[in-house]
Design a protein around this ligand. Structure first.
Ligand SMILES: [Zn+2]
Length: 458
């Protein structure tokens, strides 16, 4: 049954002109794509609009309706009433830096990412512009410039307020949209980043800053906290405490929620990432297992070496109590209406592969008690709201609504029945291009072939 249905779609899609797999594609100005007889999950509310037509013009959603006329010359993608159209997915925490990694995101249905630091010059200067201009396949990329107060993690150290202001202007001139704060900043530098960031339109996001404290950071206007576990150290455990010593105190959850509600801040709910860290904590054999996973075929050789050298594998104790706590914490935040963003920190954390990890995160959030709709919102509607808060003039995305960027996934099952439906889309629309499942598989195959000779022996 399932196979017959897929074969039917394959025929339909061969008829539609599509971007050639793996090729640099020209921008598609003036083109109209019509998704006909599709079941739409607009993600503005928990609902499915059956048998709709969605028109896309110049890469934007033009109209959604029941009996819309299809303009002559449009590419028609006919869902035959058995395909589901959702907004493209977002991963709001990546460190991926290559054109190949961007293709892997797209193949996984990810149409927006937030680059959270150490973007290479080539990535910012060549790869990202080429994607945004429709010349290369990949997600839309928003980028944060990392600012820290010490060279401890290999970052440039900002020591005073003047330097901090200069860094914000430098980041803006070089196309960054956010400032990402790191642990070792001084209170003076942090305050100057917030102030200059506000003046320049670059909101501050990122970690807890030890000498400022998350409470004061959020009250000062930090827009987003980049990891759930930042709250552990700010509210629930002594930073110096061994992870196995004592379970975090759930009684303090309401205080954290109160603070987040007061400041309307977003939180990146990287549950799958923390779970991957917890799994490999003290267990080199788990890291060896990560390197045998099928998605490692798409991981560059230098990334495989990073994974193989996992510092977590040599640690002692267990993170399991903290992981359990973070699951409860994520659910409590969602119940209280705190806006959660899916984000995975790929691919620098061993076991967390670009693109694939987003599906793990959605699954982890579902299982933490959010359910499928609220989990899916963390990768669609809420990232769209986050970018809109940060950049009110930027193109909107995240729901299927006329006027929004046409970041779209076509699926062969309803993800509100099973989130796994998102893993292998029938097609993805991004930057005005329509990529069929075959195109997307072609992108992956090409990458796997390139990296083949670099596979470690097992
Ligand atoms: Zn990160």
């Amino acid at each position: 049954m399932r196979i017959a249905r897929l074969a039917c779609f394959a025929l339909l899609f061969m008829a539609a002109p599509a971007a050639p797999a793996g090729a640099e594609t020209a921008a598609t100005r003036g083109t109209v794509t019509a998704f006909v007889d599709v079941n739409v999950l607009p993600m503005d509310a928990e609902r499915v609009l059956p048998h709709r037509t969605v028109l896309v013009r110049d890469g934007r959603i033009d109209a959604v309706g029941e009996a819309l006329a299809v303009p002559p010359g449009a590419h028609v993608v006919d869902g035959g009433g058995r395909a589901w159209l959702t907004p493209g997915l977002s991963d709001m925490h990546t460190h991926a830096n290559s054109a190949e990694e961007m293709k892997v995101y797209l193949a996984n249905g990810v149409t927006s990412v937030l680059h959270m630091g150490e973007a290479s010059n080539a990535f910012m200067g060549q790869v990202r512009p080429a994607i945004h201009e429709g010349r290369r396949p990949g997600p839309h990329v928003y980028a944060a410039f990392v600012v820290d107060g010490s060279p401890r993690y290999g970052h440039f150290a900002v020591t005073n307020a003047d330097e901090a202001r200069w860094i914000v202007r430098l980041a803006k001139r070089n196309g960054y949209e956010f400032i990402k704060v790191y642990n070792d900043l001084s209170p003076e530098a942090f305050a100057a980043l917030i102030e200059e960031g506000r003046a320049q339109g670059l909101p501050v996001v990122g970690h807890g800053v030890t000498r400022v404290g998350l409470r004061r950071q959020l009250d000062a206007g930090q827009l987003m906290v980049a990891h759930l576990e930042e709250f552990l150290y700010a509210f629930f455990v002594d930073p110096g405490q061994d992870p196995g010593d004592a379970a975090p105190d759930v009684q303090r959850i309401p205080a954290a929620i109160e603070l987040l509600g007061r400041d309307r801040a977003f939180v990146t709910a990287d549950l799958a990432t923390y779970a991957a860290i917890a799994r490999q904590w003290g267990k080199p054999e788990v890291v060896a297992g990560f390197l045998r996973q099928p998605e490692v075929r798409y991981l560059a050789p230098e990334r495989r070496l990073e994974w193989a050298g996992s510092g977590y594998a040599g640690r002692r104790g267990s993170l399991d109590a903290r992981l359990d706590f973070l699951r409860r914490f994520a659910k409590a935040l969602a119940d209280a209406g705190v806006p959660l963003l899916a984000g995975t920190d790929a691919p620098t954390i061993p076991g967390v592969a670009s693109g694939f990890s987003l599906h793990e995160d959605l699954r982890a959030l579902e299982q933490a008690g959010l359910g499928r709709y609220r989990a899916l919102a963390t990768a669609t509607r809420t990232p769209g709201e986050f970018i809109h808060r940060a950049m009110p003039d930027a193109e909107r995305f995240g729901t299927i609504t006329p006027g929004q960027r046409a970041d779209l996934l076509l699926l062969d099952a309803n993800p509100l029945d099973d989130l796994d439906a998102l893993r292998k889309p029938l097609g993805v629309m991004a930057n005005g291009h329509w990529y069929t499942r075959k195109d997307l598989q072609g992108l992956l195959d090409e990458i796997a072939k390139r990296y083949e000779s670099a596979s470690p022996a097992h």
